[in-house]
Design a binder for this molecule. Sequence first.
Ligand SMILES: O=c1ccn([C@@H]2O[C@H](COP(=O)(O)O)[C@@H](O)[C@H]2O)c(=O)[nH]1
Length: 248
Amino acid sequence: MTGLTREEAAGRIMVALDYPEAGAAKKLLRDLEGIPCYIKVGMQLFYSAGPAFIASLKESGYRVFLDLKMHDIPNTVKGGASSITKLGVDMFNVHGAGGKEMMEAAMEGVDAALAGGSTGGYRPTVIAVTHLTSTSQVVLNSEIGIAGSVEDAVIRYATLAKSAGLNGVVASPQEVQLIKAACGAEFKTVTPGIRPAGAALNDQSRIMTPSEALAQGTDYMVIGRPITGAADPRAAIESIIEELVGNE
Ligand SMILES: O=c1ccn([C@@H]2O[C@H](COP(=O)(O)O)[C@@H](O)[C@H]2O)c(=O)[nH]1
């Protein structure tokens, strides 16, 4: 047993709604009705369904992570962060690779939107992507051309994100303990690369099972295809919740 209630376990899961349009995403939400999970909207759905879909999620009471991974010059990211904050999402992200000034600009964008009062004063959690969970050690060194271990590269971005005032990072569950050691327990870790035992890896590289990720101390685990691609998505998420509660 982990000590998590069923509701707490569900609340650690961010379901990735990687769909081409709102209709398919809404069907999944109907399938999962009543399960208090977080919802992650990425670029595929947001570029198609836009702010109206985010508004409908918020009206339905969901916590929303808008995963657009902004990576641009500081002034542009500041403006993007301001616009995203006005959508009233609970969390959004930028790429750590944009550097400290870009990440600070994102925080300035949040402050500017809040100063305008259009979000009711609600401050989103802002996190930075470290290295994508699809990136392996070999790809990091041989293709991207960054020397050293994935762990060192992730920690470098995590500490940079913390120094820029961000609230956490996206990383693999494999790096959670190192991130917490370097940046503190309160610094949030949001971890994709979650695969229940026996599930297809797809394009993910640095993976762990849900219970392994929880044991590492991850704050939130992002799970897409193991739920959305299942014949019975509700049964799939219920099984993950059971695994997290420790009743398996
Ligand atoms: O490093 C990263 C950053 C973001 N993601 C996103 O998480 C989900 C994972 O989906 P699965 O179907 O469970 O693989 C997806 O929306 C990615 O864009 C990530 O995987 N890794």
